[in-house]
Design a protein. Sequence first.
Length: 405
Amino acid sequence: MGLTITDPGNYDQQIKNFAKQKKIEESALGAFDRDILTELGIVELVAGEHQVCASNSIEVFCCDERISPGVQLRVENPSPEPDVVRRTAETTIQVIFFLFGKVRQRMKIAFWFILAVYVGWCSPWQGSGIKAFDDTVPQKDVKSPATAVVADEIAETDRLSKLIEDAVDDYQLFPSQTSLTELLARPVLRWRNTARGQDGEAMLVVWLEDGHPLAMASIYPWAGNLSHEFDLLARKPGLVAKSNQDVIWMPTSAGVDFRKIPNAKVPGASPAARLREMKVLAARFEGTMTGWNAADSDNEKLRLLPRPLYRYQVSPEDVTTDVPLDGALFAFATGTDPEIVLVLEAVGTGSAMAWEYACVRATSGGLEMRLDDTVVWTAAKFPQQSREKPHYTQQVPVPESASVR
């Protein structure tokens, strides 16, 4: 690479132009001394085949007699442009990172491949991951005794829950002995009382006539039997329960004793207002399980479940002495196991409409209900069992395939 001086009288301008091409500031050119020539990369000045002078011996480059047509400035190793250096460096870094990423990716693939081969062929945990290839007969997966017991208990509980659910269809209830219209069974609560060692998911069912509840039953396993604990909710007797065409329960007295709630407002005009009023009224009651022991040593305060078990209502023109305008069933429970069912109903018409309540037992233990800290209802321990009583428990042996405690 070089610069040939074609006009001796204008050599300085030619060198300036050459310097601009090399991006040397014009103000720095001056008299073209050794530093400028060195920065331009000019190492010697030659004329023809003879060397005129070398850059390290030139002090001032301004001698016209030294410049003649054909004089050539020979340039060695010119400095690269700054932007070229930058782009070269960036390209080099990108290539390095690209190559490093490829190497790292291949190293990762190789690592996982080696690990998979080790697990498959050499690992002592064969059978739980990638299995080694061999010609031995595979053994059946054997569960530990503890795991087998838990699995059997879960399966047994599921079978028992299914048995309880199917038991709802074992009974047909009718509003009277002469009626041919069967009441509609509706499950309203599923519960479990593990504190008493109960297995399976028990169920509370109500039987309805035109949406109005006339009877209920708790179905639960106990002492190897499936218990059906019936209770009458109707204001009058007459209801009949059958199983396989045989009468199993026919109470001869009313199941509930309704009383007016003192200091209660007249039922609201809308269903939403009456529901709010019923929740407030239910909160005024307090249920207690006095238990089965003679000294009431197993006394236990019951919990009011926040939502009604069942809500029923009719239009105002359908209200009669036997059909209330609105009503709901609330449960006082041990955990979720209902022990007392509180019935609230808006009865009467017009200005005579009022709120009434009744309490229904759902257990054989002793019970007590308070309203505003005053005892308003009690139920004795171990009620007499008779098919003619409003409270009656029918027990059926559980098949051995779904045995219970």
